[in-house]
Design a binder for this molecule. Structure first.
Ligand code: DUC
Ligand code: ZN
Ligand code: ZN
Length: 456
């Protein structure tokens, strides 16, 4: 064997059991009670620790041009930070340029990512220009390994927004080719009206970012997207769901048997809209904004019920000098927060504190992503034949998050000072140690493109 992890408690989405794991050529070869008689190049004693599948972050924006700048984590920095937080695959967003083909857009970003990636990666494609040729090309994109297309219901001025006709066309075509459309759901017109009014009244603090797009601005768009998914009986994925009304509508659609799935993010589960009242409130500016406690509770309940299928990050960091552009005008704050290194440790810490089970944390951060986006059982589980993407987790370790112990290229973290109960101590990517007790020990260029299969 290349690697044996001994004496750990293995936790998957379904089971918890003591076992030894043998790894050869980057794959899990054997899981058994004892591999004491077996030799290996590397043997790790995981006594007292848990062994988990690496997380898959279904939502990142690495070196993405946005908000008048580019998100500060390159593919190298973002995937390095991922590895250090136990995330072994990231799904990054490719934004289709006007007039650009989908495969061409993906290949452009893949070329940028490939020499840098420290863990494995895939892409979702955001559609901005849905010509008949692009609709036809959905099939080629799926054959290429991309089975998820995103549309923005906002960001009109930025040239990203699509109307409902485009959204529905994309949804129908996606279903035909074994793919799924995801939506960023907020109502652009009401948000623009609020912004105009606030600026006229001189209300420019980050708190007005929240007030310009509060619960109702997201809820309407969540409901509209679900309405179309139900009307045409097509699959839908709502990214970064953050409000109670949206959550309720997702739950209803699922109870009625529709293929509507939802993702939320750690920032919506830990912080509330109170953060926008802080002096550094602009650092928390993302869209949709973090909502009130009622929404936060509804999201946690949704996770527990199974109506939130995925927790992902929307990782999109900007340096504090860029956030400062909006010190006196919230509309100038680049939208986005960091989280790729925090998601798995935070969700596991919540499990360790008893809020959810460890199996549930694994399910929403890893297994469901792989299953719902066509890369299971290669990813997202601990089973013979699966990639040896493994995290060794010490449930006794106390960890206080600080910008000084994070591995992104950004000069602050919204998670500063947050104390976690338990923390990953080692991460393996296809059997290779990439994170070891606080240190990144992987290499850039190691990460591989994950070709996903059509959805059924
Ligand atoms: N929201 C953000 O906050 N950042 C990136 C894109 C998005 O939709
Ligand atoms: Zn979004
Ligand atoms: Zn996003």
């Amino acid at each position: 064997m290349d690697l044996i992890i001994k004496n750990g408690t293995v936790i998957t989405a379904k089971d918890t059991f003591k076992a030894d794991i043998g790894v050869r050529d980057g794959k899990i070869e054997v899981i058994t009670r004892s591999l004491d008689q077996m030799e290996a190049k590397q043997i790790i004693d995981a006594t007292g620790n848990y062994v988990l599948p690496g997380a898959l972050d279904a939502h990142t924006h690495l070196e993405m041009p946005f908000g008048g700048t580019v998100s500060s984590d390159s593919y190298e920095a973002g995937t390095r930070a991922a590895a250090c937080g136990g995330t072994t695959t990231v799904f990054d967003f490719v934004i289709q340029g006007k007039g650009q083909g989908l495969v061409e857009a993906v290949e452009g970003r893949r070329a940028l990512c490939e020499p840098q990636a420290c863990v494995d990666y895939s892409f979702h494609t955001a559609i901005t220009d849905l010509t008949p040729a692009v609709l036809k090309e959905f099939k080629q994109a799926v054959d290429y390994g991309i089975n998820s297309f995103k549309v923005f219901m906002v960001y009109k001025k930025e040239g990203l927004m699509v109307d409902d006709g485009v959204m529905v066309r994309a949804m129908i075509r996606a279903k035909e080719v074994g793919a799924r459309v995801s939506v960023h759901a907020e109502n652009p017109d009401v948000i623009d009206m609020n912004i105009e009014n606030f600026l006229k009244e001189g209300k420019t603090h980050a708190w007005y970012h929240y007030l310009s797009r509060p619960e109702y601005a997201e809820a309407e768009a969540d409901k509209r997207a679900i309405h179309w998914a139900k009307s045409f009986n097509v699959p839908l994925y709502i990214v970064h769901l953050a409000c109670k009304e949206g959550m309720d509508e997702v739950t209803r659609a699922r109870q009625e048997g529709y293929d509507v799935i939802a993702e939320t993010c750690p920032q919506y589960l830990y912080f509330t809209n109170e953060v926008y009242k802080r002096e550094d409130g602009r650092n928390f500016v993302c869209s949709p904004p973090i909502k009130g406690p009622e929404s936060q509770n509804a999201l946690w309940d949704g996770i527990k019920r199974g109506d939130i299928s995925i927790v992902a990050t929307d990782h999109c960091p900007f340096q504090s000098y860029e956030k400062d552009w909006g010190k006196d005008d919230f509309t100038k704050i680049p939208n986005g927060c960091m989280g790729v290194e925090n998601m798995y440790p935070y969700m596991l810490s919540e499990a360790n504190r008893g809020r959810i089970s460890f199996n549930k944390a694994v399910e929403v951060c890893s297994t469901n992503v792989a299953q719902l986006f066509g890369c299971a059982p290669q990813k997202g589980t601990i089973a013979p034949g699966s990639d040896a993407d493994l995290v060794i987790y010490d449930p006794e370790k106390t960890y206080v998050i600080s910008k000084d112990n994070m591995h992104s290229d950004v000069d602050y973290t919204i998670w500063e000072g947050v104390e976690l109960k338990g923390y990953p101590v080692m991460t393996f990517s296809r059997g290779k140690l990439v994170y070891d007790n606080g240190n990144f020990v992987g290499e850039k260029g190691w990460g591989e493109f994950v070709k996903r299969t059509p959805l059924t």
